[in-house]
Write a protein that binds this ligand. Structure first.
Ligand SMILES: NC(=O)c1ccc[n+]([C@@H]2O[C@H](COP(=O)([O-])OP(=O)(O)OC[C@H]3O[C@@H](n4cnc5c(N)ncnc54)[C@H](OP(=O)(O)O)[C@@H]3O)[C@@H](O)[C@H]2O)c1
Length: 273
C-alpha cells in the first residue's frame, strides 16, 4: 500500500522538492501551501491550502486528506522561516510571529494528525529543524530558539508516541539554497542595515558570512533525499543532519563529545567496563 504523506510549506524550497521526489517515488503526496497558486506546476495526488498559523485551515486540510485517502501515514512539518536580529532589537511581535509558524504551527499539525495515527496504530512525523537547532550564533538567537524548541518537543514526542508505533524524527539541514535567504532578507534587512544599531559589527559579520556561503550551498535535493531515508528507514534515528559539510559534522560531533565529557565529570559518571 502506498503511504499518504502530508507536507507543509510546498510552495518553494525543501517542501516543494520533497513533494516532487516522493510523488515520483510512488507516494500519495498531499502538498500544502498558504497560497494554492504557488504550487502551480507541482504534480502530486492532492494539493490543499494550509496556513500553519490558522487552526481552521489545518482542520480543513487534515479532514480533506482523510476524506480522500482515509489515512495519513507521514506528516512532514517543513514550513518555517528565520527572523534575524539581535534580541534587544527585535520586537515581541516579530519573535512571536516566527514561533507561530516554526513552533506552534508544527505543534498544531501534530495535534491534528496524531489522533488518526494512534487509531491506525502507525505513523511517522518528520520535523524539519536546522543546525541552528543545535548551535547558536549572535543575531540568529531567536530563530535558533524556535528550532531548539522544536528539537525539545520532538525529543518528548518521540518517547510519548513510541507506544502507539508513531515515530518522531528530526531532520537538521545546514545552509541550503532555497527561498529561505530571500525571506531572511524580507524580514531582517531593515534591522541588519541600520547604521545606528549598536550591533552593527555583528550584523556586518553576519552579512559577510552569509555572502561567503551564498552560491556554495547545496540545493533542496540534499535535504529531501535525507527526509526520504528517514521516512523509509525501518528503525529511524532520532535526528539526521542534511546538507552539512564534513567540517560542520565534525564540529557538532566534537561539541557533543566535549559536553558529554563535562557532564560525566560533573556527575562522576564512570563508564561501565
Ligand atoms: N534553507 C536553509 O538554509 C535551511 C537551513 C536549515 C533549516 N531550514 C528549514 O527548512 C524548512 C524549509 O525551508 P526552505 O529552506 O525550503 O525555505 P523556503 O523555500 O523559504 O520555504 C519555506 C516554506 O515555508 C512556508 N511557510 C512560511 N510560513 C508559513 C505558514 N504560516 N503556513 C504554511 N507555510 C508557511 C513558505 O510558504 P510561503 O511561500 O507562502 O511563504 C514556504 O513554502 C524551514 O523549516 C527552515 O527553517 C532551512
Amino acid at each position: 500500500m502506498n503511504k499518504v504523506v502530508l507536507i507543509t510549506g510546498c510552495s518553494t524550497g525543501i517542501g516543494r522538492d520533497l513533494a516532487q521526489r516522493l510523488s515520483q517515488s510512488g507516494y500519495i503526496v498531499v502538498a500544502t501551501a498558504r497560497n494554492m497558486e504557488t504550487m502551480d506546476g507541482l504534480v502530486t495526488a492532492l494539493k490543499l491550502p494550509l496556513d500553519v498559523t490558522d487552526p481552521e485551515s489545518i482542520q480543513n486540510a487534515v479532514a480533506a486528506t482523510l476524506k480522500r485517502f482515509g489515512r495519513i501515514d507521514v506528516l512532514v512539518n517543513n514550513a518555517g522561516y528565520a527572523q534575524v536580529g539581535a534580541i534587544e532589537e527585535l520586537t515581541d511581535d516579530q519573535i512571536r510571529q516566527m514561533y507561530e509558524v516554526n513552533v506552534f504551527g508544527a505543534m498544531r499539525m501534530i495535534r491534528a494528525v496524531v489522533p488518526h495515527m494512534r487509531q491506525q496504530k502507525a505513523g511517522r512525523i518528520i520535523n524539519i529543524s536546522s543546525i541552528a537547532g543545535k548551535m547558536v550564533t549572535p543575531v540568529n538567537g531567536s530563530y535558533s530558539s524556535t528550532k531548539f524548541a522544536l528539537e525539545a518537543l520532538s525529543d518528548a514526542l518521540r518517547l510519548e508516541l513510541a507506544p502507539f508505533d508513531i515515530q518522531v524524527v528530526l531532520v537538521e539541514p545546514g545552509a541550503i539554497k532555497t527561498n529561505f535567504d530571500q525571506t531572511v532578507h524580507a524580514h531582517g534587512d531593515e534591522i541588519v542595515s541600520n547604521p545606528a544599531s549598536p550591533y552593527r559589527s555583528f550584523y556586518r559579520k553576519y552579512q559577510q558570512v552569509s555572502d561567503r556561503m551564498r552560491g556554495q550551498e547545496p540545493g533542496p535535493q540534499a535535504v529531501s533525499k535525507v527526509i526520504q531515508q528517514a521516512l523509509e528507514s525501518s528503525k529511524p534515528k532520532a535526528r539526521y543532519l542534511a546538507g552539512v559539510a564534513m567540517s560542520g559534522r565534525l564540529i557538532i560531533n566534537l561539541r557533543d563529545l566535549v559536553w558529554d565529557l563535562v557532564v560525566r565529570q560533573m556527575f562522576s559518571i564512570i563508564p561501565q567496563e
